[in-house]
Design a protein around this ligand. Structure first.
Ligand SMILES: [Zn+2]
Ligand SMILES: [Zn+2]
Ligand SMILES: [Zn+2]
Length: 328
């Protein structure tokens, strides 16, 4: 596998010719029971409620990125390419095969969130890595890879395009207003209270003003913080509220969609010794971590699979009304 940069959009693409068939799916689940012991475990969090462990990270069985070597970024005429250096891990959310975020205890979800924070912290110590992405694809329509409740992590030598857009927009807004655009959004949404789904302690769930898909929902900390791992490690007691809000929000979303994408957007690695640092001098003040949930509605899927311009057949105000009414 190698990385190629599109010279027009400046986004990196991971590319390679698939050699042969994908390996056969193991008969038994590779993430629970005895089989789990054979996986290349990266980190494990202690169990809660009598389980031997609560959440763990393992090397992805078909990793797209590998930790060895350096990126060897080079040009070829006007094109840019580099080796697929980085990390690719499966984050096992729960030891139980049916232990989904939306049906387990809050302290189990909390352990999973803590695992995410630990992995981001650890990978950000590697100066080669510019960004750590956390994502979950749930349901067939979302391209779910494993039956066991899992999320995935990739640590890359580049910042993914969508995050780059957000970073630039955050920086530009801060330059003109000296305020964080996300904090301003939260303040206005709390004031208007027409797109707020739920508030829980330090956290808010809302349907964004201009959603890309129906029922798109964001979860953000109400107090400014650029890096998820800082919130998770410094305000330990508040993680229960985040766990509960995430669980309740997914419960609501699953009543309208069988599948969803979930991503965590946090600040990039500021240890990275690149010119980009000057560029992100105000990063701690202008970026604000958040979780984005993008439900996939079967019937409407067509309307946004080809997305030059996003089209949503449902307003955020109607979406939030329906989600609020869900009996939890
Ligand atoms: Zn399993
Ligand atoms: Zn903010
Ligand atoms: Zn985002």
């Amino acid at each position: 596998m190698e990385l190629r940069k599109d010279p027009i959009t400046r986004s990196w693409v991971i590319i390679g010719d698939d050699v042969g068939e994908p390996p056969p799916r193991p008969q038994a689940c590779q993430f629970c029971g005895v089989a789990a012991e054979s996986a290349q475990v990266v980190a494990t969090l202690p169990g809660v409620g009598g389980n031997p462990w609560s959440a763990r990270s393992v090397v992805h069985p078909q990793a797209l990125y590998h930790v060895e070597g350096d990126a060897a970024r080079r040009g070829e005429g006007l094109y840019d390419r580099m080796r697929a250096v980085g990390a690719h891990e499966v984050l096992v959310e729960n030891p139980r095969h049916d232990g989904h975020i939306w049906n387990v205890a809050d302290n189990e979800v909390e352990q999973f969130l803590r695992l995410i924070a630990l992995r981001i912290q650890d990978l950000k110590r590697d100066p080669r890595l510019k960004y750590v992405s956390i994502f979950k694809n749930h349901g067939e329509g979302a391209g779910q890879e494993f039956d066991h409740p899992t999320s995935q992590l990739t640590a890359t030598t580049f910042v993914p395009r969508r995050v780059l857009y957000e970073l630039r927009a955050g920086r530009d807004y801060f330059q003109s207003k000296e305020r964080c655009v996300f904090c301003d959004i939260i303040a206005q949404e709390e004031r208007q209270n027409v797109r707020v789904l739920e508030m829980r302690g330090e956290y808010i769930a809302l349907c964004p003003y201009a959603p890309r898909v129906p029922y798109e929902t964001w979860i953000l900390p109400r107090t400014h913080e650029a890096a998820f791992e800082s919130t998770a490690t410094s305000r330990v007691s508040n993680m229960t509220d985040l766990a509960a809000l995430l669980r309740r929000t997914l419960q609501r979303i699953l009543t309208v969609a069988a599948a969803f994408h979930l991503v965590l957007h946090t600040s990039p690695n500021s240890q990275h010794p690149s010119e980009a640092l000057g560029y992100w001098q105000t990063l701690a003040d202008d970026y604000h971590w958040h979780i984005e949930i993008l439900p996939i509605l079967e019937a409407k899927a067509k309307s946004y699979t080809f997305k030059e311009t996003y089209y949503s057949p449902l307003t955020s105000e109607t979406a939030v009304k329906r989600l609020r009414e869900v009996k939890l």
